[in-house]
Design a binder for this molecule. Structure first.
Ligand code: CTP
Ligand code: MG
Length: 468
């Protein structure tokens, strides 16, 4: 297959060398042997390293330890962790426990980043007992098929990385490695897929194994923007984590790249940072009001915490809007120490008065009660009648957005993420306003917040800027 110069240059960067390939394979085999030795169960290497489809430098080896399906979930966790620790010890590596559906070990062994994951040794995906049981099937399916398409997979992965849409974690909501491999397989190559993707529509269906008689049936079952039926499990959409935003951003990138290819599309934008003075100047220029709620980051993985932060943000947003504080934009950030929920408001201070609407005049009982309540409160105007209802002016409870966010009992009465609520209850939280919102920990996040534009737009700016 002929490659463009651009693509060939990318491959020179991202294609693992034969030496790296065999080193990873050898390490994998040693780990598999070690698992059998310490736990008496078979293991297999999964993920991109097993399939030779990893981007050079990202050599994370996934070892799945296959336990008999008869043992209980507790036993799987216990034996799994014990086996993983024993393997790490055997190689004098270091390890850290991580939690997904159940605990697993993330280790560094002889310079490799190794995940040791226990799962059930089932003979088909129909017998799966937990989500990770599916992973070995991915490798078994792809291994014999992907050999000739490795370069194409790497081009797509690097393109997605360059565009900021690689990763199925909650913060990214983009393309997983397995998804990239299936897309390349389905379309027969990187260029073929890019052409197709630039003309994608919402609700695109890719069904390699033709499990569904027509795309309408698949579309009725899955509601996501891109539906890629898992060849190893027809009830799963491999692209379930891809958000509508990332899907559309990818289409924009693909369209631009096909129209005018540039190496820039394969280079990730370096994150930019914003100092306190720059932050203050930006606030001045925008004329908006910045507010933030800062709390300790709960001790869980990002895929647990980020959705909780978003849920908490939505609850706070609804409260602010209900009290007439119009929100321009809001975003969350999970740092290693603290997490931030950021609000940019069109207005942060409101007058003392607010109009309260009362019952319809013809609803005598409630109308009387309303009138009685406000009869002797002559602070402001009202009650008056407008069309069929009573209205009156009353004193506003929160004249600043800050006072609302600082009202702990009100904020905690909202529907917040579980662990986020826990830290807010136990350790409290801070409400920051204006320049105080800035801190070194969030200087990258704040910069990205203000620089917001789609990935392809950024690429076009870089390319045009480079030509001047
Ligand atoms: N996996 C999955 N769904 C996810 C994440 C992972 O099914 N959301 C499975 C896939 O089979 C994947 C394997 O777990 O191949 C390993 O996950 P990961 O290392 O995240 O992906 P890779 O495919 O190895 O890609 P990368 O090169 O980015 O490591
Ligand atoms: Mg991997």
């Amino acid at each position: 297959m002929t490659r463009s110069i651009i693509e060939q240059e990318v491959l020179d960067r991202v294609l693992p060398t034969d030496a790296e390939r065999s080193a990873a394979q050898e390490m994998g085999n040693k780990l598999i042997a070690a698992v059998y030795e310490v736990a008496g169960v078979p293991a297999m290497m999964t993920g991109s390293v097993a399939r030779g489809t990893w981007v050079r430098g990202d050599k994370d080896i996934d070892i799945f330890m296959l336990f008999p399906p008869e043992i209980s979930r507790e036993e799987l966790q216990e034996k799994g962790l014990a086996a993983a620790y024993a393997v790490v010890e055997k190689f004098s590596g270091t390890a850290e426990e991580k939690y997904a559906e159940h605990p697993y070990l993330n280790a560094v062994i002889e310079g490799f980043d190794v995940d040791l994951v226990p799962c059930y040794h089932v003979s088909s995906t129909a017998e799966m007992q937990c989500a990770v049981d599916r992973t070995p099937f991915h490798t078994r399916y792809l291994l014999p098929k992907i050999g000739n398409l490795r370069e194409d997979v790497l081009l797509l992965k690097q393109f997605a990385k360059g565009g900021g849409v690689y990763g199925s974690d909650h913060m990214t909501g983009g393309f997983s490695g397995y998804l990239c491999e299936l897309l390349v397989l389905a379309y027969g190559g990187f260029s073929e897929f890019m052409q197709a993707a630039s003309e994608f529509r919402y609700g695109e269906v890719v069904d390699i194994e033709k499990y569904y008689a027509d795309t309408k049936i698949a579309r009725g079952k899955f509601s996501e923007p891109l539906i890629v039926i898992d060849p190893t499990d027809k009830d799963r959409n491999v692209a379930a984590a891809l958000t509508p935003t990332r899907f559309a951003e990818f289409m924009e990138l693909a369209r631009d790249y096909c129209a005018s290819p540039s190496p820039q599309y394969f280079v990730a934008d370096p994150p930019t940072q914003m100092g306190m003075n720059e932050f203050a100047a930006t606030l001045q220029k925008r004329g908006t009001a910045m507010l933030a709620v800062r709390m300790k980051t709960p001790p869980y993985v990002a895929d647990t915490v980020v959705p909780q932060l978003r849920k908490t943000m939505e609850s706070m947003k609804a409260m602010l809007v209900a009290e007439d504080f119009q929100i321009h934009r809001a975003e969350v950030s999970m740092g290693a120490e603290n997490s931030l929920i950021l609000f940019e408001l069109l207005i942060a201070r409101l007058p003392e008065i607010v109009v309260r609407s009362g019952p319809p005049v013809w609803n005598h009982e409630n109308a009387d009660r309303f009138v009685e309540k406000y009869l002797m409160q002559e602070q402001f105007a009202g009650p008056w009648i407008e069309e069929d209802r009573y209205y009156t002016e009353v004193l506003r409870k929160y004249t600043t957005a800050e006072s609302l966010l600082s009202d702990k009992s009100k904020i905690l009465s909202g529907s917040l993420g579980k662990h986020v609520r826990q830290v807010m209850e136990e350790d409290g939280y801070e409400v920051l306003a204006g320049v105080d919102v800035w801190s070194l920990e969030f200087s990258f996040f704040l910069s990205a917040f203000f620089a917001r534009s789609s990935h392809a737009i950024r690429k076009l700016r870089e390319i045009r800027g480079g030509q001047e």
